[in-house]
Ligand binder design. Structure first.
Ligand SMILES: Nc1ncnc2c1ncn2[C@@H]1O[C@H](COP(=O)(O)OP(=O)(O)OP(=O)(O)O)[C@@H](O)[C@H]1O
Ligand SMILES: [Mg+2]
Length: 364
């Protein structure tokens, strides 16, 4: 899968842009604040209709204007034009000439694997941030996953509201709560299974990739869930045991909404124990594993974006990472240190763009 052409209107610090990318490797370089991350963010928004940063859509609209448009020609099996328009009122998406009313029917079409330095949050931050990353990764592989998750979250809200009502009224129907609990467990078990399988498959790749980058083996990802190794019956008993606490607190205290995972290196948690560089290599290994999983499971070659690749990493690791960039994957790399990067790409062909204040100049 490749993005052949990208057109922007009023996106972040870009007024108007029209650019044709290389099929294989594209290097974007420029000073801090010039618009490198903004550009790759626009590609991400084109694919997923929202940013990888936890921001409101409106911030994507260039200051002083009221609409941003991102348009891209994507070459996959077929060639299609994708378009996302964001205004203060909301967003609209189109594939070729067809308006798509359900965003969920749009988002699974363009596959992107992106690394941004912010992704270290995957290790450093809270379980809920980690779940977000996992959810996005799984949804790229399984189209129905987000709907399943949406159904679970809806039901969780209903159950929590009902718990509060029961606590206040005292006489609400226990049998209705039982119905909600059983349905919640059924959906929770499906999500648990998808997450468990995903992380298991991830471990089939990530250890080797991390070793090839760093020379150290024994990195793996451990999934942590209250559903672990429990049958439906076990789970229903567990919810039953927690009923008093659920009622007192007015919320469901057990479930996959508490799931977490950790990156273990030689059995130590990288969160507390790893250096910035080790954490970055682990997250990049995760991203390359995502690519392998997309290829293996769906025959999809996603677009790979490595934002600010060089920072925090020593030359040896960067060289090893660049070895993973295969000919058949369209790749974008951004950097402030162009000489350093190009000195590592001597036998490779690439297009090079200089980013200056929201303008892209191809450098030949
Ligand atoms: N909505 C917006 N309208 C106009 N300018 C914006 C908007 N949002 C962000 N910017 C500008 O975009 C610039 C940041 O761009 P970006 O994050 O792409 O930089 P970068 O080239 O990736 O820099 P670094 O090397 O530091 O990562 C800032 O100068 C910011 O003021
Ligand atoms: Mg940046």
């Amino acid at each position: 899968m490749q993005i052949q052409e990208l057109k922007l209107l009023n996106f972040r610090n870009y007024n108007q842009l029209s650019v044709q990318f290389d099929k294989h490797l594209n290097i974007l370089y420029g000073e801090n604040g010039s618009g490198k991350t903004n550009l790759i963010e626009s590609i991400y928004v084109l694919a997923l209709t929202r940013s990888f940063k936890q921001v409101n859509d409106k911030i994507l609209i260039k200051n002083g204007t009221n609409l941003t448009r991102i348009e891209g020609i994507i070459q996959n099996k077929y060639k299609n034009t994708y378009r996302v328009v964001i205004t203060n009122e909301g967003k609209k998406v189109k594939i070729d000439k067809t308006k798509i009313t359900k965003i969920s029917e749009y988002v699974s079409k363009i596959n992107i694997v992106l690394f941004n330095p912010n992704d270290l949050k995957m290790i450093k931050d809270t379980p809920s941030i980690r779940r977000k990353y996992l959810n996005i990764a799984i949804s790229q592989l399984h189209v129905d996953y987000l709907k399943l998750l949406g159904d679970y979250n809806k039901l969780l809200k209903i159950r929590n509201a009902y718990l509060k009502k029961m606590y206040l009224n005292g006489n609400s129907l226990q049998s209705y709560l039982q119905v909600l609990t059983e349905k919640l467990v059924d959906l929770g078990m499906e999500i648990y299974e998808q997450r468990r399988t995903y992380i298991e498959q991830m471990n089939g790749f990530i250890t080797d990739i991390y070793e090839e980058i760093t020379g150290k083996s024994n990195l793996y990802v451990k999934y942590i869930s209250e559903y672990d190794h429990k049958s439906r019956e076990d789970l229903l008993n567990l919810y039953h045991k927690n009923l008093k606490r659920d009622l007192l607190l007015g919320k469901t205290n057990i479930g996959i909404h508490h799931d977490d995972y950790v990156f273990l290196l030689e059995d130590f948690d990288l969160k507390d124990f790893g250096s910035e560089g080790q954490q970055k290599n682990a997250v990049i290994s995760w991203k390359f594993s995502e690519i392998s999983m997309l290829k293996e499971n769906k025959g999809i070659t996603p677009i790979l974006i490595l934002d600010d690749l060089l920072s925090e990493l020593d030359l040896e690791k960067i060289k090893n990472i660049l070895k993973f960039i295969e000919e058949d994957i369209q790749t974008f790399i951004t950097t402030t240190e162009i000489e350093k990067l190009t000195s590592l790409l001597i036998n490779k062909e690439y297009k090079k763009y200089h980013v200056v204040n929201g303008v892209l100049e191809e450098v030949i």
